[in-house]
Design a protein around this ligand. Structure first.
Ligand code: S3P
Length: 458
C-alpha cells in the first residue's frame, strides 16, 4: 500500500470501535519501521551529502523528527512517489533552532535528539505532548551529563527540557542500567561528536538499528559479546559520515496487529509483505510460534542491509506459554497485543520482566490490565508481571470503552480484541494511532475487519 501524503489525523478524542465480523483475508504491507525511519532522517541530516529514504513511515512521530531536523538546518523533502531526500549538514554542523522543538508523542525522538543535541555547541529546548511530558528522561540525561552536556528540565527531568550542548563532549564507557536501545543510541549520538572511543555496554541485546545505520554511513562501530548475555558496543568518535540510500522495511511492531488479528479470527489467512526480520525484533513471532500460531515465513531476503520476509498467518488455536523475561527487549512494544492473543489462548500465559512497559507512551501494564479486566478477561498482575488466563478460543464479553491514554499501541490492541470479543470494543481516542500506523483503519478494513474510527459501540 503506498500513500502520497500522510493520512489526516482524526479530530481530537474521536472514538474507534471494533466488532466481530468474517475472516480476515488478503495481502498488505504495513507502514515503514518507526525506529529505522527516525534514524534515517536524523543520521541523514548530520551526514555529508544526500540520503534517500524509501518506505519511510509517514506517521506523526517520524514527521515530527523531519520537522526537527529542518529546524536544525538539514533539508528534508518528500518527492512524488514517496521517496524522501535529506541533504545533511555534514561538517557544517547543525544550527541552533529558533524555537522550541516539539516532538509530539515520540519517546524515541526525545531520547535520540537529547543525545544528538548534547554534542552540539548550542541550546535547544525540547517538548512534547502530555504523554511525552510525563516520560522519564533521566535515563538519557545521566550519561549525557557525564559527557559534558547540561540539562534543565521539570521535576524528575521531564520535558520541556533545555539541553545546553557541548561541541566537545567526552567519550565515556557507559553500562546501561536498563535494556534500552533509545538510551544506547543517545550515548552513541553524543559520542559521534567526542574525540576517542565511546563504549556502551548493554545487559541484554537491544535493537541495533543505530549501530547498523551509522556503519552504513561510514562510522566504525564494533559490537562484541560481554560474556554475560549482553553486548559491548564501541564507536570511534568524529567519523566522517556520508549519506546513502536507506530502504525502510515494513515495521514488525505494526505488523503485530494484523498478525495477531488473523491468528485469532476464525478462517483468516493474511500475507504481510516486507516485514523487518532483524533478530532483535522477532520476539513476538517466536512467542506466537510457541503458542501454536500458524505462521509461514516466506521469501526471506536482505534489503537495504536489513533482513526482511513475507509472513503468512492463518487462524489456529493458541495455547498459553511462559514468555522468558530475557526476550522482553526483542518484543517490548508487542506485549499489549500479545496480551490480547493470550486472552484467547487455552490456559495461562505468564509474562515477566515487564517493568519497562510502565514508562512507555502510557503505563502499558496498568492500562492493559484495566482494559482486559473490564472486557472480561481473567488476569493477575504485579509490579512487573502479568498472567492472562485465556478463554480457549472463546473471546471475552467485551462491550466496554477503554481509555487509551494517548497510546497508539493500547488503542490498536483493544481494537484487535474487539474483533473476537462477544460485544464490540470501543477505545476513547484513536488519534494516537496516527503516530505509528496512520493507515490502520483502512488497512484492517481492507482485510475484512470491522473497525470504525468515529463510531460508538452499540
Ligand atoms: C525504540 C526502542 C524501544 C521501543 C521504542 C523504539 C528505538 O524503546 O519501545 O518504540 O527506536 O530505539 P526502549 O529502547 O526505551 O526500550
Amino acid at each position: 500500500m503506498s500513500h502520497d501524503s500522510p493520512a489526516p489525523r482524526p479530530g481530537p478524542s474521536s472514538q474507534g470501535t471494533a466488532r466481530r465480523a468474517g475472516p480476515l483475508k488478503g495481502t498488505c504491507r504495513v507502514p515503514g519501521d518507526k525506529s529505522i525511519s527516525h534514524r534515517a532522517l536524523m543520521f541523514g541530516g548530520i551526514a555529508g551529502g544526500t540520503t534517500t529514504v524509501s518506505g519511510l513511515l509517514e506517521g506523526e512521530d517520524v514527521l515530527g523528527t523531519a520537522a526537527a531536523m529542518r529546524a536544525l538546518g538539514a533539508r528534508v523533502e518528500r518527492s512524488q512517489g514517496g521517496l524522501w531526500t535529506v541533504e545533511g549538514v555534514g561538517a557544517a554542523r547543525l544550527r541552533e533552532p529558533e524555537d522550541v522543538v516539539d516532538l509530539g508523542n515520540s519517546g524515541t525522538g526525545a531520547r535520540l535528539f537529547a543525545g544528538l543535541l548534547a554534542g552540539q555547541p548550542f541550546t535547544t529546548i525540547l517538548t512534547g505532548d502530555a504523554s511525552l511530558r510525563k516520560r522519564p528522561m533521566a535515563r538519557v540525561t545521566d550519561p549525557l551529563s557525564s559527557m559534558g552536556a547540561r540539562f534543565e528540565g521539570r521535576s524528575g527531568g521531564r520535558l520541556p527540557m533545555a539541553i545546553v550542548g557541548t561541541g566537545t563532549p567526552e567519550a565515556i564507557h557507559y553500562r546501561l542500567p536498563v535494556a534500552s536501545a533509545q538510551v544506547k543510541s543517545a550515548v552513541m549520538l553524543c559520542g559521534l561528536a567526542a574525540e576517542g572511543v565511546t563504549t556502551v555496554e548493554e545487559p541484554e541485546p537491544t535493537r541495533d538499528h543505530t549501530e547498523n545505520m551509522l556503519r552504513h554511513f561510514g562510522a566504525t562501530v564494533v559490537v562484541a559479546d560481554n560474556g554475560a548475555g549482553g553486548r559491548i558496543v564501541t564507536l570511534e568518535g568524529r567519523p566522517a559520515l556520508t549519506g546513502g540510500h536507506i530502504t525502510v522495511p515494513a515495521d514488525p511492531s505494526s505488523a503485530a496487529f494484523p498478525l495477531v488479528a488473523a491468528a485469532l479470527v476464525e478462517g483468516s489467512e493474511v500475507r504481510l509483505t516486507d516485514i523487518g526480520r532483524n533478530p532483535l525484533r522477532t520476539g513476538l513471532m517466536t512467542t506466537l510460534q510457541e503458542m501454536g500460531a500458524d505462521l509461514g515465513i516466506e521469501n526471506e531476503r536482505i534489503d537495504g542491509g536489513e533482513p526482511i520476509a513475507d509472513i503468512v498467518v492463518r487462524h489456529s488455536a493458541l495455547k498459553g506459554v511462559e514468555v522468558p523475561p530475557e526476550r522482553a527487549p526483542s518484543m517490548i512494544d508487542e506485549y499489549p497485543v500479545l496480551m490480547v492473543a493470550a486472552a484467547l489462548a487455552e490456559g495461562k500465559t505468564v509474562m515477566r520482566g515487564l517493568g519497562e512497559l510502565r514508562v512507555k507512551e502510557s503505563d502499558r501494564l496498568q492500562v492493559m490490565a484495566d482494559g482486559l479486566a473490564a472486557a472480561g478477561v481473567e488476569i493477575e498482575t504485579g509490579e512487573d508481571w502479568m498472567v492472562v488466563h485465556g478463554g480457549g478460543g472463546k473471546g471475552p464479553a467485551g462491550g466496554v470503552t477503554v481509555a487509551t491514554h494517548l497510546d497508539h499501541r493500547i488503542a490498536m490492541s483493544f481494537l484487535v480484541l474487539g474483533l473476537v470479543s462477544e460485544n464490540p470494543m470501543t477505545v476513547d481516542d484513536v488519534a494516537p494511532v496516527a503516530t505509528s500506523f496512520p493507515v490502520f483503519e483502512d488497512l484492517m478494513g481492507g482485510l475484512g475487519a470491522d473497525i470504525d474510527f468515529g463510531g460508538d459501540a452499540r
